[in-house]
Design a protein around this ligand. Sequence first.
Ligand code: IMP
Length: 429
Amino acid sequence: MPNIVIVGTQWGDEGKGKVVDVLSPHVDAVARFQGGNNAGHTLVVDGEQIVLHLLPSGALHPDCVCVVGNGVVVDPGVLLREIDQLEARGWSMGSGKLLISAHAHVIMPYHLSLDALRETAKGAKAIGTTRRGIGPAYEDKVGRRGIIVADLLSADRLRERLEAVLPDKNRMISEWYGADAIDLEETLATFAAFGERLAPYVGDGVSLLHRITSTGGSILFEGAQGAFLDVDHGTYPYVTSSNTVAGAACAGTGVGPTAIDEVVGICKAYTTRVGSGPFPTELEGELAEKLRRVGGEYGATTGRARRIGWFDAALLRQSARINGLTRIALTKLDVLSCLDEIPVCVGYEDEDLGFRGSFGAVRPIYETLPGWGSDITGCRTIDELPTNAQAYVARMSELIGVPIELVSVGPGREETILQGDLFRREPSP
Ligand code: IMP
């Protein structure tokens, strides 16, 4: 198998977890490289729903090592809860199954407080963050004030770090926002205990991943969020605080760009977004409500109703460029079975405008494709799809300029159409 990066091509929630889960039996490791527990991957295995926020989706495959890369921000309490939850259901996370990079940054209680306090203070101008402390944790990483996973492993070291950063944070929390300061001793006790529990999993992600690639093994790099939430390439400032594009897989794990063979973009057959910010093909009213209901479009992390819109080829073409997409996995095609006809945005009147920073002002150009009016969840090959569904997939691929090689027709692992050579490729020399 080649080394593959999997990324969201829209605003997140494209269904990456399922695609990673389908591919992970064929790889030796699944590595997360950015984001934190702002992500939420819903997996359905044997009819049972499992939501993972931090652990890579490969957790459910016994022979696949899971890596939480240095580019991830880790809330240790959440991570430990996920480990406990999986172990309680019979999936072992012990003995070499999970590696957490010692260099990953830790989400501390003051990051959670500041995320919520700032969002509340912004009122109607709020970004609509997940309030998981993601932005403040990345700010501290870049500001060289962060606490890394390695710091949790020694109480003395942790005290030193907390003594260095907490007074400033508490000034902001209590003097600027009038909220309760964070207690140093309590934080120290809680996070030193987290460190003790996490210690068996903490290690050097770079060595592990290089050992795998140098012995002919393969890695799946699991992105979180989507291209237009990228802090550089997204709809700034309505973005997350990390680079979500495929290039971030390298910096976020310590694997060089020459090791990457494939970049698979996950694309929903329509578009959704949570939180604030421009959304050129957004739909309002009954139709949006219908797609939201049929597609179960409520955030896996926050439970918020997702905003709904038509497929947007201008976004996807840009996504193909900034990620270097080699293939596309199309998800939730089955949700569109409820429509008689399906508008798709083929471009904008002034496409450059969006990518020069004015997405709010673009005027989408639509074409309408006929629906197929029948259940497609039982289809397992492209030929089994109704002709109009085949035409919809073909038109999307043509508009984007990238082959669609996986089509998801339902939430279950088996409700997937696979085509192309991705699974049959030999590892690169
Ligand atoms: P943050 O990542 O919590 O700082 O939130 C910043 C923006 O990214 C908000 O609009 C969130 O709704 C959005 N966001 C963060 N994570 C996800 C995700 O996994 N899926 C979709 N949107 C997300």
